[in-house]
Design a protein around this ligand. Structure first.
Ligand SMILES: [Zn+2]
Length: 406
């Protein structure tokens, strides 16, 4: 017994922090006819017909064609409307017929998939029964990494990662990284939770639990933290428990580029090189791209006027206001409260403009200033009382992140 303990101890010493216990490989048992269970039925007991609702299909037609009597169809249509309304079947939705394996090939069970998870069951056997149910959903933690060659979304695609991951990552780092200024060689690692339906069908990204982004050689960690103990709190913090959320977003458009900076000494050829100061920052993006409020606030202007075209102005506090010009269309009204990241309009070419962009103007105490030269205020750090809990959660996450290879 003693020997065994010693042997295990030595083995532990030899494995480095990043090594993982290897999964034992077992030969899969070869069974002639594996039992397949789905929707709570053993599918092997039936002739399984899978199809989708087509244009012109009715519940009655499908089932009548599969040997179900008109009486039973009428009974479903009239008596069980609360659990399954046959009139509300939608073209394109999948359904499954479990038919008898005898020569009649008659439908015993009809299953209609309301969405990826929810389904309705009509069981015609014995006494008619109708109910709604859900496929089992499982969450699995996964890891990924990538090196940027052109754009974040292109790298995500190369790595077969969900397109939502680029969006989530951009949201997490929106306050610290200019995503339109990513450099080739910038790289990232993520630990995320993926949803699986019926154990194997990928149901998409649930959330990023921890991330590491190296921008111009500078490492930036992000750890998701939620707590209910001191009021509702949820967000991403760095390895020192600093909030990654600043009071202002770095840009009012995701994935765009700055086409013209704030420049008081700008001279334009078109105007005979006369001084035409530019008191905004232009972000170029395709027409129709959403324009986001860079901070919480109240809309003070939403109108179409002269060279500004369609524009919105937001007051954030006693000091700061922001303004967004040349919109195709506005999405907010004067007096409306907006949250950071809300879509307030869409990129357009209204007013004085030579191409689709938003002219973003940043006001401090009534004067237009360059937001990129301003020390924009940070939002609240994580309260001290939560630090112990935060760092206990962080340690294994950071270790796991550091162990992911590029
Ligand atoms: Zn401008």
């Amino acid at each position: 017994m003693k020997k065994l303990i010693l042997a295990v101890f030595t083995l532990t010493l030899l494995t480095t922090a990043c090594e993982k216990p290897k999964d034992e490989i077992t030969e899969p048992e070869t069974v002639a006819d594996p039992i397949i269970e789905q929707y709570g039925y053993i599918l092997n007991d039936f002739n399984v017909i899978r199809d989708t609702i087509r244009k012109g299909d009715t519940f009655g037609d499908i089932l009548f064609a599969n040997g179900v009597s008109q009486e039973k169809i009428m009974e479903v249509a009239t008596k069980f409307r609360d659990s399954f309304d046959v009139r509300k079947i939608v073209v394109g939705k999948p359904y499954v017929l479990l038919n008898s394996k005898d020569s009649l090939n008659q439908t015993q069970v009809f299953i209609y998939e309301t969405n990826k998870v929810d389904y309705a069951v009509v069981d015609f056997r014995d006494t008619l029964s109708i109910y709604n149910s859900q496929k089992p959903v499982r969450y699995e933690d996964r890891e990924a990494s990538g090196v940027i060659t052109s754009s974040l979304s292109a790298t995500m695609e190369e790595q077969n990662l969900s397109p939502f991951m680029a969006d989530q990552l951009a949201n997490i780092y929106a306050w610290t990284i200019n995503f339109f200024k990513l450099q080739p060689g910038d790289r990232f690692k993520v630990i995320y939770t993926e949803k699986f339906i019926d154990d194997t069908i990928p149901g998409g990204l649930k959330e990023i639990k921890a991330a590491y982004f190296e921008h111009r050689g500078k490492p930036l960690y992000a750890f998701k933290f939620s707590s209910d103990s001191l009021g509702k709190l949820s967000g991403y913090y760095d390895e020192n428990a600093n909030n990654l959320k600043r009071a202002f977003l770095k840009a009012p458009v995701k994935f765009s580029r700055i086409s013209s900076r704030y420049n008081l000494n700008r001279r334009i050829k078109y105007y005979g090189f006369k001084l035409r100061p530019h008191r905004g920052t232009d972000f170029a993006a395709a027409i129709g791209t959403p324009i986001l409020a860079t901070a919480d606030g109240v809309v003070t202007k939403s109108e179409r006027r002269g060279g500004n075209g369609n524009y919105v102005k937001i007051r954030h506090n006693g000091t700061y206001e922001t303004q967004y010009l040349h919109m195709k269309a506005r999405n907010v009204k004067v007096g409306q409260h907006v949250s950071q990241g809300d879509v307030i309009g869409w990129i357009g070419m209204t007013g004085n403009t030579s191409g689709p962009h938003v002219c973003y103007r940043f006001w401090k105490n009534g004067k237009e200033v360059d937001p990129f030269k301003e020390d924009t205020p940070f939002s609240q750090p994580l309260p001290k009382e939560l630090h112990e809990q935060y760092f206990a959660n962080l340690r294994p996450m950071k270790e796991a992140l550091d162990c992911i290879a590029f």
